[in-house]
Structure formats: C-alpha cells, structure tokens
Write a protein that binds this ligand. Structure first.
Ligand code: NAP
Ligand code: MG
Length: 511
C-alpha cells in the first residue's frame, strides 16, 4: 500500500461528473437496510437500523441494518449448512477459482462506482482509492483465485521397508468470520474474503458500521456471479453486539480481524472463552521512519507526507514517528513542511483532493486530545495540531517536534495526519537508532531511508516489525502482511495468508 500512498498526490484522474455522485446518493438513499443471509437480503431480526454519514459533509447517505446476535446466529447457521451440505467446499478447485476470477472481473467493471462509493462512505480521495485500494484489492483477489488450485498437503519420501503411507491433507477450516475496520473497508473485506473463499470456507462478514457500503456491494456481486447461497453472509451492525457475537460464537472456526489492538485482545479472549476458534489479528501500529543523511531527502520528505496524507493518517502502517540523522534534521523538516503546505484538502469525491476528512467526530476529537496533551507537556507543533472548522471531519496536517519518547504523541496510535520528528546524533550506533525505532508496543511496519547497504541491512536485522520498507520500494500486494508485538497475530496475503484458512489432517495409511 505504501508505494500507492507515495504516488497519490497529484495523480492524474479521470473526470468525474457530479451526476454520477448524485445518482449514487439517490441509489443509496433508496437502498433498504438489510443483512445478507443464505443468499437473501432481509431486514435484521430486531428491525433496528443505523445511519451512515458522509464524513466530508456530515450528511446522512444511507441507512443500514443494525444486526445483532440473533442475525449472527442465522448467518453462522447458513454458513455452516453451506459448508456441510452445499457445493462450495466440494467444487473442483478450478470452479472456485473461476468464480473468484468472475468476481474480480465484475468488480473491475464497476471500478469507478466502487471508487465513488468508497470515497463517499470512508472519506478517502478518489486518487488514493484508484491507485491504492482498488488495484490492491483486485490483485489480491486474483492472486487468491490462482491459489485455489494450488492448495496442497505433503507426502514425505518413503523408506524402502515402510508398509503403508504417511501424508497430510489441507482442508478448509470451515466457517470463517471476517470483522473489518472503516479505514480501508473495501480492501480489508475483499482481501479476507478472497482468502477464505479460495480455501473453500464459507463466511460471515461484519463490516465496520462507519463505512459498510462497499462490503454490501461486494456481497451483491458475489450473488450475481453465482457464488452459492450461504457462502457469503453479511451482517452489518455494531461491534459490541454483532462483532462480539461472532467472536463468542461456538460454531465459528476462525475469526480474521483487522482493527484496534484493544478489540483484537477482546476477540482473542472471546475465542479462548468460547470454542478456541483460530484468530488472525491485524492490529494497530505506530510505525517508525528512520532517515539517514545519505538518503534522497526530497524523496523521503515527499513520501513520508504522502503516506500520512493517504487516508488522512488513518492507515495502520503509516509512518508517524520520524527519526532523522541530526545533520539533515532541518532540511527534512523544511521539506516535509512544504509538502504539507501543498496538500489539497477536501471531500474525497472532489477530483482535486489529495487528503480527505477523518472518519468521524469521535476519531477527530481523540486525535486532537492526544496532540494537545503532548503540546501541554512540552512538545512543539510546527504546524497543525487541530481540527479544521466547518462541516466535515477535516484535520490539519500536523508536524510535531521536541517530543519525548514517553509523550502520548510518541506512544499512541493517533490515526490522524500527524507526524512526530526527532533527531538522532550523526554518530549514533545502529543499535541505538534501532532502540529508538523499537520503543513501542507495536511492531507493524518500519520505513528506512538510506543508501549505504551496511546501514540498510544492519537495521533490517534489528527492527522489531513485520515489514520494513526501504527507500519507499516495493508495493506488491501478495507479500505477507502483519505485525509482531501488539500489532497482531498471523499474516495475510499470498499462500501464507491462505494457510490460516486451512486445517491440516495427517494420515497414517496402513494396509
Ligand atoms: P475497531 O474499533 O477495533 O473496530 C474494528 C471492527 O471490529 C469494526 O467492525 C468494529 O465494529 C468491530 N468491533 C468493535 N468492538 C468489537 C468487539 N467487542 N467484538 C468484535 N468486534 C468488534 O477499529 P476501528 O476503529 O474500526 O479501526 C481503527 C483501528 O484499526 C486502528 O487501531 C488501526 O490501526 C487498526 N487497523 C489495523 C490494520 C492492520 O492491517 N493491522 C488495518 C486497518 C486498521 P464497529 O462497526 O462497531 O466499529
Ligand atoms: Mg461512512
């Protein structure tokens, strides 16, 4: 995602007519609130609903069903039936693959509609969705579709006198629950769903209540391309009821969750309390960026600001703690400041926007409180630090210095466009630099800007993170993604991500 993030600002964009946006708003306002269970859209059992906002205008754009434990019970029962009796896990793998490729084609044919929907619902700029979420989601879906025919166990070599045969199979894990956040709603749902379906699992999805609309659209396309009933169930609703019910459910085999560390912890506890369901947890981050004096300072400054502008800082792997070698401290700050000045802030669906609003007033107030707390403790804001007035949950791009490592801005995931910059001595040993970067309960991603290979390789070995991005490189969606420490448990993407949705059955065959 980072490469896409780096390329976001100033990306060329096809013209979007206000008519498309008006038509989408009309469609959404007429969409009845419904959950998808066993191939049918129906009202939630309680009949309760929730409103969904456009974070750029604070206007209501849709009403969704507030599903709860009763809907989850129905959805899990449908998924279990589809797993036990339905065709999905029994289909030839090539047929499952074909249906997933068909889903990718269907989404691709509606790319612009998805981009507009996601920008309206989650607030992100059209450019960031077109360059980031959409191509990454499609690449991930097609990659998993390809893996459907390549899931295999192993047969060890036999010794000459061995009677019988030993081998192991890989089987779909069963009913997979998918619980996703609002910051990359399309990508998170699609990536997890693709892995689950490729493995032959059936699913129940609980999307984030703040940005559930792309998940509902994906569910409808699953129906349209012919994925059998009961394989993809979607229950919108609140985390504390629908999400919690999934985590506690005795008949769910695995829960794949992306969201905060606190909720991840409660899901793991619920899994332990209920049926020891497997968990994959992609949680928060407070990612360090380390910039050495031999780096391309212009490129580094651009990329650091582009990444924090991508999703308005609401991106789990965003570099938010910058450590810079003393001799280029001033130069880097000046360039970052200038790059923040150039950001065009506005509604995500406005073609000229580089950075959209935050998702909600609550998230924005939380970010402001953390920053103000640290400013009162002696940190300095070179710019920003506050919400932007007016409708919409906009936040000023924020550059902070003179922060100590124990301040809230240095420790907590702010999830806003705010960066803390701290210099380190020109002659600091690599171990001391790594200690600064590693001083966090999180360990999701680290970014490194340096040309000297000894520095690069030395630091890669010392960083306690699930990912290291050097000089803004890479960006392939299929590399394993996930964190160490309190950033998570397990990995997503590629065959490693897929294996979480399988169980191993060892066979000792005698005759
Ligand atoms: P969140 O509050 O943890 O919510 C994530 C999802 O879990 C939402 O669907 C939420 O429902 C649901 N949920 C809430 N309480 C629950 C419970 N007790 N049991 C089961 N499900 C529950 O996170 P968020 O505020 O949406 O997203 C921001 C956080 O996610 C950040 O910390 C960010 O770093 C992290 N994140 C991590 C990654 C990654 O890949 N590592 C990616 C994106 C985001 P609601 O609909 O009620 O919110
Ligand atoms: Mg929304």
């Amino acid at each position: 995602m980072t490469q896409a993030a780096n390329e976001t600002a100033g990306a060329p964009a096809p013209a979007h007519s206000g008519e498309a946006l008006d038509a989408l708003r009309r469609t959404l306002s007429q969409q009845p609130p419904a959950v998808l269970i066993d191939g049918t859209w129906r009202a939630s059992v309680s009949g309760r609903t929730l409103e969904v906002d456009d974070p750029a205008s604070e206007n209501r754009i849709a009403v969704i069903a507030a599903g709860d434990g009763h809907d989850i019970d129905l959805a899990v029962a449908a998924a279990r039936r589809a797993f036990r009796e339905g065709p999905w896990p029994r289909l030839p793998a090539s047929k499952r693959a074909a249906l997933l490729f068909a889903l990718a084609d269907a989404i691709e044919a509606r790319q612009e509609e998805f981009a507009l929907l996601e920008s309206l619902d989650a607030g992100h700029s059209l450019a960031s969705i077109r360059k980031g979420d959409l191509p990454l989601g499609l690449r991930s879906l097609r990659d998993y579709a390809g893996w459907a025919t390549k899931i295999a166990g192993e047969v060890p070599m036999r010794s000459a006198d061995q009677a019988g045969m030993d081998y192991f199979l890989r089987e779909p894990i069963g009913v997979a629950a998918i619980v996703t956040p609002w910051n990359a709603p399309f990508l998170m749902v699609l990536q997890k769903l693709a892995a689950a379906l490729a493995a032959g699992c059936t699913t129940v999805i609980k999307p984030a209540e703040l940005a559930p609309l792309s998940a509902l659209r994906i569910g409808e396309l699953c129906r349209q391309v012919g994925i059998p009933d009961g394989v993809v169930n979607i229950v919108t609703g609140e985390g504390a009821s629908a999400g919690q019910a999934l985590a506690e459910h005795p008949d769910v085999n695995l829960i794949s969750f992306t969201g905060s560390t606190e909720v991840g912890r409660s899901i793991m506890a619920a899994a332990a309390r209920s049926n020891l369901k497997r968990v994959v947890l992609e949680l928060g981050g407070k990612s360090p960026v380390v910039v050495f004096a031999d780096a391309d300072v212009d490129k580094a400054a651009q990329a650091i600001v582009a990444e924090i502008a991508f999703k308005s800082g609401q991106y789990c792997a965003a570099g938010s703690r910058v450590f810079v070698q003393h001799s280029i401290h001033g130069a880097l700050l000046e360039r970052m400041h200038a790059a923040m000045d150039r950001l065009r802030i506005g509604a995500g669906y406005d073609e000229t926007t580089d950075m959209g609003p935050m998702i909600s007033q609550r998230q924005r107030q939380r970010a402001e409180a953390i920053i103000q707390h640290s400013l009162a403790a002696g940190a300095r804001a070179l710019r920003g630090g506050r919400a932007r007035p007016g409708p919409g949950y906009f936040f000023e791009p924020t550059l902070l210095t003179e922060a100590s490592a124990d301040m809230r801005i240095a420790r907590e995931e702010i999830f806003a466009p705010a960066i803390v910059v701290t210099p380190f001595a020109d002659d600091a040993p690599l171990a001391a630099v790594a200690a600064l970067a590693n001083d966090s309960r999180y360990g999701l991603s680290a970014k490194l800007w340096a040309r000297d290979l000894g520095t690069v390789h030395g630091l890669i070995g010392l960083l306690e993170t699930g990912q290291v991005i050097v000089n803004g490189g890479g960006g392939e969606a299929t590399l394993p993604f996930g964190g160490v420490k309190q950033s998570g448990y397990g990995r997503e993407n590629g065959h490693i991500g897929l294996s979480a949705f399988t169980e191993i059955k060892a066979v000792r065959l005698g005759y």
